[in-house]
Design a protein around this ligand. Sequence first.
Ligand code: ADP
Ligand code: ASP
Ligand code: MG
Length: 417
Amino acid sequence: MRIFKFGGASVKDADGIKNVFSVLEKVGHEDTLLVISAMGKTTNALEVVIKNYFEKSNELHSSLQEVKKYHYQILMDLFEDEEHDVYFAVNSHFADLEYFIRSNKSPNYNFVYDQVVSYGEILSTTIVSYYFAQAGLKNNWIDVRNFIKTDNTYRDANVDWEKTQQLISKGIKKKSLNITQGFLGSDENNFTTTLGREGSDYTAAIFAYCLSAESVTIWKDVPGVLNADPRYFDNAVLLNQISYREAIELAFYGASVIHPKTLQPLQKKEIPLFVKSFVNPLLPGTSVSKGKDLEPQSPCFIVKKNQLLISLSSIDFSFIMEENISEIFALLHQYKIKVSLIQNSAISFSVCVEDKFGNFNELKSILAKKFKVAYNENVSLYTIRHFTKEAAEMVEKDKTVLLKQISRETMQVVTKE
Ligand code: ADP
Ligand code: ASP
Ligand code: MG
């Protein structure tokens, strides 16, 4: 079986969905499972709905209308017959969402987030599935929440591999075309959970692992994995081959083209991951597999914007020792703040972090009881794997460098925006 993941960019409008259909016509669709994300920027739009639900109830209605308008426009572009069943299905998903918003009593932000944001993927897969059927391509729409079981860490759920494996082995029909949602799972009580932003790649890897799939293909608006994010660097080159190990490193440092959790399950079973262009589906793209570390061998640039550089020093000039460091890390873990760089000296300790869930203010007041806390907001972290002198110069040019760290393979620089 092959697993294909189509991200938000590939299904952002009616033409995108038609294009997905034509990709399948070109590369085949038998014995294939499609994992699909929410359309375009729907997840961001639903995040606004959730924020309004908690903080700005007077804007709740209009933010939800935006999401509806966007989906109904795509429906009208794809289905001429206004009596088509797809309208009934989509209406009923929106009715369920509105019912949840009306009747929910839980004050738990993360819980509400998952119950609401999940409609992005439910809607996109529903629309794609009906469109394929209309175009003559039979398919099974699968509710992924009946297959991927997780704990109840809402917004960042951990997969229960044993239960998930059992359900997938038993329930997924091979030989046909299956369509399911990325990013979602469900907990023990069958409430919806999510696997973290951009988590649909990970969903594809979970299915691949449990089905011992032949391969995973992530279809993108770029020709494959490039040696730099084309939004920030000119002249990025396509990487033809990357080893699992190198890809894990790149994803860890923030190469947003592959979600970091995606690679471990694939590597365990040596399932190849292809990253290909949905514009030119017959081109080879990038292969992440056993083999050469990096081909062509070249420096790889990764940028993470909107990072926080925190420096902690002891109030009384005492050393920052193991016990302080372990306490600091326990707190960072507890507040779900991800560390991407560490540097320490005798009396100070610096970390470059990403505060995805907006917890830093709370953490800051706790740290301030024990340490002097200094921080820079909105810094950028540049990582260069396999750096060269020229590569380093290019990154540092015209920037204020706040911190630099060099190891054998990797150079990291924190700069002001
Ligand atoms: P998806 O629709 O699958 O979620 P994303 O928009 O998240 O896709 O990711 C695709 C984008 O990732 C590309 O358009 C590109 O701008 C960006 N990107 C960042 N780093 C890289 C890289 N190293 N190689 C290719 N694309 C990259
Ligand atoms: N729709 C989700 C997000 O935008 C998951 C994904 O696209 O991978 O984060
Ligand atoms: Mg994405």
